[in-house]
Structure formats: structure tokens, C-alpha cells
Design a binder for this molecule. Sequence first.
Ligand SMILES: [Zn+2]
Length: 81
Amino acid sequence: MKCPYCNTEMELGYIQCRDGVSWNNKKSKIATFASSSLNAISLASDHGIFSGSSAVAYNCRKCKKIMIDYREDNTDRNSDL
Ligand SMILES: [Zn+2]
């Protein structure tokens, strides 16, 4: 994936969290409940007992931008587990 800001090839990686990875339009006072909000969008493409939730993410170190594609067919492409 090319960075939309500088057009450099972005680095594939993962954002991982034990309890889930989600986007919400409001910050929850208690992080555990953030993914249960009606407006929450799950970003996780994978979930395991030991690995937690992970979202595939592309990083541009030059622009310090991270992009997440949260389509359901966005599967784990580079996991070493
Ligand atoms: Zn960039």
C-alpha cells in the first residue's frame, strides 16, 4: 500500500490488544467497554486466546501515519505465530 501523503510504500504490521481493537466516535471512560458501543467499529481481523485481537495496519515512518483497512476480507498476511 502506498502512503497517500508521500506515495512511499508503507510497511505492513499489526496493532494488537488483549481486549479488542476498535474505532469509536467517542472516547469511552472505561476502555473495556469501548468495543461494545453502538458506534464502535471492530478493526480486528484476528483474535486468539494468547495473541488477543490484532488489526493489519500499514505504517509510513516518514509521515508517521498508520492506516487500517477494516474490511472483513482483510486477513492476516504476515503473521509469524
Ligand atoms: Zn508517507
